[in-house]
Design a protein around this ligand. Structure first.
Ligand code: XLS
Ligand code: NI
Ligand code: NI
Length: 451
């Protein structure tokens, strides 16, 4: 196999140069993979992954325009030749960027045939090549998944389709994806319910559809166990788009679904920055909800824009948001049992040159690396821990301790409160000095990054 390809012309291995010496755009300012931060190597906290669909397949289309992307394999016309060439380009890219993980959908890798049998044969050929590369490079798969939303057969969903043949086909497609996951040693397996939702409730049996979704998740877990594929299974919430309502709306909704259908022991959550945004939350909120439920699995790294209402999958560059996300990750002791940061992100349409793919991953990796450094500095000083310990200190003794321990009931709480005056109660609260807290966070951002 040719491991000395030269698709990404003019790019050498991307190095950590530090922010003082950063003169070229092709170096990391903050991501120094071997450096130990808060007790772990940066690369082990962050476990960056490249998303095959965006980085190698995406043509930079938008709802109003064709693709603008210029890619080094654009001259291939035969779909299978192209698919195989992309594998070479991809592995050269991973090596030059210095990442250890990739993620893919089945349909990212190879063209579909007329039947599932032919489609599987195409796919297996490409997977053979990936497995060969894995042997020589040590590249790992963070997660794989099945694309059960692009093809017209999934017009009304896959597991939640009103058409039984589509459910059956989805299950069959999924079976092969699980087998592939095992072959490439995927650490996780993701279900993003592309069209598992509804356009209108007037013609939808919502409960039946949700039962069908749960059924497919159980079948998947059972089959994975049967073949010895021990990936962590994950659901990826998103509130809307492509359907007007998606069943996995946000972390809290998805957790309730998992508990209702007995999936919370075997499944965790894969959370995405812009999906949080579309649900009217922050990324930090979604990560907090998942981690406090013990269900944080992995993260899709991207950002949205409040001015644009759709899933724009922009590469992360907002340091405030990456700091908040990494603060939650540090509190969780890591992203998740086997999680990583997968760049479910694409360059802007105007940023169409091949090497912009490196530039965009560099800003994404540096933004999370910076977020990690800042969050670790706040953690080390106990800044937020002390602030919260102080804020909730009234639960440590007296009536607060009785409430915590369950000793207090409505009667004892009435006895305690009946003769308290307005002044007593207002006196029991105190200012949180929130503006000062934010000023201190700004200080940590500037201070940490200028070291
Ligand atoms: C789409 C999703 C998708 C999943 C994988 O919005 O983010 O890319 O991550 O199917
Ligand atoms: Ni995603
Ligand atoms: Ni998305």
């Amino acid at each position: 196999m040719d491991t000395k390809t030269n698709y990404w012309n003019g790019i050498d291995k991307i190095q950590y140069v530090g922010h003082q010496d950063k003169k070229s755009s092709f170096g990391f300012q903050y991501y120094n993979p071997e450096e130990v931060i808060a007790g772990k190597k940066m690369k082990d906290w962050l476990r960056f992954s490249v998303a095959y669909w965006h980085t190698f397949d995406q043509r930079l289309v938008d709802p109003f325009g064709d693709g603008t992307a210029q890619r080094p394999y654009d001259n291939y016309t035969d779909p299978m030749d192209l698919a195989l060439a992309k594998v070479d380009a991809a592995f050269e890219f991973y090596d030059k960027l210095g990442v250890d993980y990739l993620c893919f959908h089945d349909r990212d890798l190879a063209p579909e045939g007329d039947t599932l049998r032919q489609t599987n044969a195409n796919l297996d050929k490409v997977v053979d090549k990936i497995v060969e590369y894995q042997k020589t490079t040590g590249m790992k798969v963070l997660w794989n998944t099945s694309n059960m939303f692009s093809n017209p057969r999934f017009v009304d969903g896959a597991a939640t389709s009103p058409f039984a043949d589509v459910f059956a086909y989805s299950a069959a497609q999924l079976k092969h994806s699980l087998e592939i996951g095992k072959r490439v040693g995927s650490e996780n397996y993701v279900f993003w319910g592309g069209r598992e939702g509804y356009e209108s409730l007037w013609n939808t049996n919502m409960k039946q559809e949700q039962e069908h979704a749960a059924k497919l998740f159980h079948l998947a877990k059972d089959y994975a166990n049967e073949i010895g594929f021990d990936a962590q299974m994950m659901l990826e919430p998103k509130p809307k788009e492509p359907t007007t309502h998606q069943y996995d709306f946000d972390a809290a909704t998805t957790i309730a679904f998992m508990k209702e259908y007995d999936l919370d022991k075997d499944f965790k959550l894969n959370l995405e920055g812009n999906h949080a945004n579309l649900a009217g939350h922050t990324y930090q909120h979604e990560i907090r909800v998942a981690r406090e439920a013990g269900l944080l699995g992995s993260l899709d790294a991207n950002q949205g824009d409040k001015l644009i209402g759709w899933d724009i999958d922009e590469f992360p560059s907002n340091l405030y948001a990456t700091t908040a996300a990494m603060y939650e990750v540090i509190e969780n002791g890591g992203i998740g049992p086997r999680g990583g940061l997968n760049f479910d992100a694409k360059p802007r349409r105007s940023s169409f040159e091949a090497n912009d793919l490196f530039r965009s991953h560099i800003v994404g990796m540096d933004s999370f690396a910076a977020g990690l450094r800042i969050a670790a500095a706040m953690k080390e000083d106990g800044f937020l821990d002390n602030l919260k310990a102080d804020r909730y200190s009234s639960y440590k003794s007296g009536i607060g301790a009785d409430i915590e321990s369950g000793k207090a009931d409505l009667k004892s709480l009435e006895d305690y409160s009946l003769d308290k005056t307005q002044a007593d109660l207002v006196g029991a609260t105190h200012s949180d000095h929130l503006e000062q807290v934010k000023d201190t966070i700004n200080h940590y951002i500037v201070e940490t990054l200028s070291k």
